[in-house]
Design a binder for this molecule. Structure first.
Ligand SMILES: [Zn+2]
Ligand SMILES: [Zn+2]
Ligand SMILES: [Zn+2]
Length: 257
């Protein structure tokens, strides 16, 4: 068994958005309830989460993730790292540091944001997340029997890592995929891709932009993620071209590694 599970298909504010009375935020459709972006990757022997979103605790409880081998980060925006402190639960439960794979610049930002976890405060007590960090560059790396190939993406002017795992790729938080990265995605059959909303945004693909890039990459199935409240699942899904769909929280997809 090799699967990925969409733990959060929402944008940084989550859907519903606090205080909003729009049709999506008031929708009864469970596919319109979107936690912050994260993905669970599982084989028979290895479990990895991509990003500790601001909803990490809830996501780990919902999916009953009792064993977690590592965390792999895409970038340091808070919706992707906000749940870092809850790694403590796994420190207690598994009795070991958590392995964390991330780019140098992501690590620098994580250290600034969660400074108490990396600098001794002078006082014992009040647990802090304990991690073993592995700095990654553009080379593929393995965690158990899962191999992650970094896919450099642009998120405005920021470098973000997408990841390819076998015939699957996860490319969130991007509005531009360089040609060299398109080449790294050749042969991908299942793709999860950023598609924030209908109108343009400086750091995320719009729905139309995401459709174009999905068709260029040519996966058998592309699922959109990082979806804002402007998009109602049922309303958009029927209008998407064949082979393109919206992801939703709890979606499980079989992959080949
Ligand atoms: Zn994000
Ligand atoms: Zn809304
Ligand atoms: Zn971001």
């Amino acid at each position: 068994m090799r699967t990925v599970t969409v733990l959060g298909s929402g944008t940084s504010s989550g859907v519903p958005t606090i205080g909003c009375r729009c049709a999506t935020c008031l929708s009864d459709d469970p596919r319109d309830k979107r936690l912050r972006p994260s993905l669970l990757v599982q084989s028979d022997t290895t479990t990895v989460v991509i990003d500790t979103s601001s909803d990490f605790r809830q996501q780990m409880l919902c999916c009953d993730v009792r064993s977690l081998d590592a965390v792999v980060y895409t970038h340091h925006h808070f919706d992707h790292i906000g749940g870092f402190d809850d790694i403590r639960a796994y420190n207690f439960f598994l009795n070991r540091p958590m392995s964390v794979y991330l780019m140098e610049e992501t690590f620098a930002a994580l250290r600034r944001t969660f400074i108490y976890a990396f600098e001794f405060s002078g006082q014992i007590g009040g647990g802090v997340p304990v991690v073993d960090t592995y700095i990654i560059d553009e080379k593929p790396f393995s965690i158990g029997d899962l191999t992650f190939a970094p896919i450099p993406l642009l998120h405005g002017s920021m470098r973000v890592n997408g990841y390819r795992i076998g015939n699957f790729a996860y490319c969130t938080d991007t509005n531009s995929i360089p040609d060299a990265s398109i080449a790294l995605l050749e042969g991908v059959e299942i793709l999860i891709l950023d598609a924030l909303r209908y109108h343009e945004h400086p750091t995320h693909f719009t729905v139309d932009e995401a459709i174009k890039i999905a068709q260029r990459i040519g996966a058998r199935t592309t699922y959109f993620t990082h979806i804002a409240h402007n998009i109602r699942h049922a309303e958009l899904e029927d209008t998407l071209p064949e082979g393109i769909a919206l992801s939703y929280d709890g979606l499980v997809i079989d992959i080949d590694i």
